[in-house]
Design a protein around this ligand. Structure first.
Ligand code: FES
Length: 166
């Protein structure tokens, strides 16, 4: 009830003041939590980033395994992972970079891993086989080709990004 002609009672004044202060304190506490929760969504994804792996001059028509490190972000967790690729140049000069991860159950394939088939990729886990271009050979366990890395040729070097399923 208003007293002495004032329009706001003491009770109303206290209610407004405490509500305002409480709201301000709540916003101060919640804001960092919301920011922390949605920060990875707002951050630019590093998936498209490519890493320099080797000189173009060192790439031959014989696939060679190249290991490289890449900074990766998984939601809030950022870490350095070691990746591998089988890199070679086709007869027409196109550079191919294949993932060594077998598409059957994830073992590592090796070029000429089976000495009796020196021009294929071989997976020792279940005798999986792939052509040189990564195509899975029918009748062997893998049902999909090896993934190919995103690649870029710049200033005489090969840069690789993430492996993409074919
Ligand atoms: S994991 Fe490669 S053939 Fe099974």
């Amino acid at each position: 009830m208003a007293q002495n002609g004032s329009k706001v009672t003491r009770r109303q004044f206290l209610t407004y003041t405490l509500t305002g202060v409480g709201g301000f304190m709540a916003a101060t506490l919640i804001s960092p939590m919301v920011n922390f929760a949605i920060d990875p969504v707002l951050k630019k994804s590093g998936a498209g980033d490519k890493v320099k792996v080797m000189s173009l001059d060192d790439i031959t028509t014989e696939p060679q395994r190249v290991d490289f490190k890449k900074q990766t972000q998984d939601a809030w967790y950022e870490f350095e992972e070691t990746l591998s690729a089988w890199v070679y140049k086709t007869d027409s000069g196109e550079i191919v970079a294949l993932s060594p991860i077998c598409t059957h159950l994830g073992c590592q394939v090796a070029y000429a891993g089976d000495p009796t088939r020196p021009t294929e990729f071989f997976c020792p886990c279940h005798l999986g086989r792939y052509e040189k271009d990564g195509t899975n050979i029918p009748g062997t366990p893998p049902t999909a080709p090896l993934a190919r890395y995103e690649k870029e040729e710049k200033d005489g070097f090969l840069y690789l990004g993430s492996p993409v399923a074919q």
